[in-house]
Design a binder for this molecule. Structure first.
Ligand code: HEM
Length: 150
């Protein structure tokens, strides 16, 4: 192989390596941006917590949390972190393991469904595109086995 051909082969293999690494890196998950980023997620979580607090049955599970402003703030911040990370955002969830927190509470499927419906209504208040809302709701629904325990 003469020198010119060697250079062309080297350039082409470089291009192939770069393009194959782009292919394996799928399209970036931009649900976090589509949802409006951290500002919107914080609004969503605060409004969702208001809905949970207004529901007598759901809030009965949270008596230890909602009676204590620091516990409520911790809960709120952990849910924000979790929603941010679930949507592909830059946060790391630093709360407790979901199953360890929820299973001892014996949360029933209808209570889970009700909470998710509240969340969907809240998302609809801030996000116009229903497909974005549903995309996020599907991710939250995947948490059901870690939350519901008959
Ligand atoms: C719908 C999806 C749900 C999500 C994404 C979710 C998320 C979370 C998160 C992130 C925490 C905080 C854990 C920590 O601070 O270490 C938490 C705690 C808690 N969740 Fe859920 N949760 C959901 C559904 C429910 C439901 C349906 C109930 C009850 C009806 C419930 C009751 C609780 C309670 C009582 C705590 C506090 C437990 C404690 O501090 O001892 N959660 N949840």
């Amino acid at each position: 192989m003469n020198f010119k051909i060697k250079i062309i082969v080297a350039i082409l293999s470089g291009v192939m390596i770069v393009s194959s690494s782009c292919n394996t890196n799928q399209a970036p998950d931009n649900l976090f941006q589509e949802l409006g980023g951290l500002d919107t997620l914080e609004l969503v979580v605060d409004t969702w917590i208001d809905s949970l607090q207004s529901d007598v049955l759901i809030s009965s599970y949270f008596s230890n949390v909602f009676n204590d402003s620091i516990a409520t703030l911790n809960f709120r911040n952990h849910v924000v972190e979790q929603f941010c990370s679930l949507s592909g955002g830059p946060c790391v969830y630093k709360g407790r393991d979901m199953q360890l927190v929820h299973h001892p509470l014996h949360i029933q499927p209808e209570d889970f469904e009700k909470s998710v419906n509240y969340l969907r209504n809240v998302l609809n208040m801030y996000i116009a595109d229903e497909s974005i809302v549903l995309n996020f709701i599907v991710r939250v629904q995947l948490l059901e086995p870690a939350i519901v325990n008959l």
